[in-house]
Design a protein around this ligand. Structure first.
Ligand code: MN
Length: 238
């Protein structure tokens, strides 16, 4: 008797495919893991306390986080949850409440969703220094065309994002505008004119504590010891 007829083999393959898809959701995983390639490549995650490059099985809602990061240069990192990862921009001066101030925002590699809660000290290597959860909350896109809200994906592709932040420190409308073509990583972060705009208030200098733990950068640095990188390891700059 022939055990594996063609029909049998076919039915067997279909079963395997269905089971695999049910268990792992294969098509989504392949795509999203790929979006964290640059993140993994830049760091030695066996030595850094930063989150592993994993994708949550369910997409997390539209949270945002602004990290204050004392690396070789102090800067802020704006991260917007989208498509299972955190879209990220390094903002040297941080967000301003003044619509006449355009803040440079360099788009960097997508970060894993778990990074939203990360606060600590990154050891010698990529991004070495202290990281604070400076602000967090939710955001939604407010850009409209023909009376309809433009989906975030389209805004990102077009390089013209308009979002409303509902954070603990930062609230109101902001525009993120890409300078140059689609492959440019240079953007500007600009406060929009609304009731939250202010030419006088400056939260980056007056509100310098973590919204997660209430600690200052100095306190985080003292309390979270950076694991020492092995000597002879190549130094990468942030
Ligand atoms: Mn950074």
């Amino acid at each position: 008797m022939k055990l594996f007829t063609n029909a049998n083999l076919f039915a067997y393959s279909v079963c395997i495919a269905i089971t695999t898809t049910l268990l792992y959701g294969v098509p989504t995983m392949a795509r999203t893991t790929d979006s964290l390639k640059a993140y993994k490549k830049k760091r030695d995650l066996t030595k850094s306390p930063e989150p592993k490059a994993t994708i949550p099985s369910k997409k997390t809602g539209t949270i945002f986080v602004i990290h204050k990061h004392k690396a070789s240069h102090l800067h802020y990192d704006l991260r917007l949850a989208f498509d299972g990862v955190l879209k990220s921009w390094a903002v040297p001066k941080g967000p301003s409440l003044n619509p006449s101030e355009k803040r440079l925002a360099m788009q960097v590699e997508d970060h894993p969703m778990d990074y939203k809660d990360f606060e600590g000290v990154i050891p010698e290597g990529y991004g070495a220094g202290t990281v604070m959860v400076w602000d967090r909350g939710t955001y939604h896109t407010i850009k409209e065309k023909d009376g309809k809200v433009v989906p975030f994906k389209k805004c990102l592709e077009d390089g013209t994002i308009e979002i409303f932040f509902d954070g603990e420190k930062i609230k109101g409308g902001y525009a993120l505008v890409r300078m140059g073509g689609a492959d440019s990583n240079k953007w500007l972060l600009i406060k929009m004119h609304d009731e939250y705009a202010s030419a006088r208030k400056n939260p980056t200098s007056t509100q310098n504590k973590s919204v997660k733990t209430g600690r200052t950068l100095a306190q985080i640095t003292n309390e979270e010891k950076a694991p020492r990188a092995k000597s002879g390891q190549q130094k990468k700059k942030a």
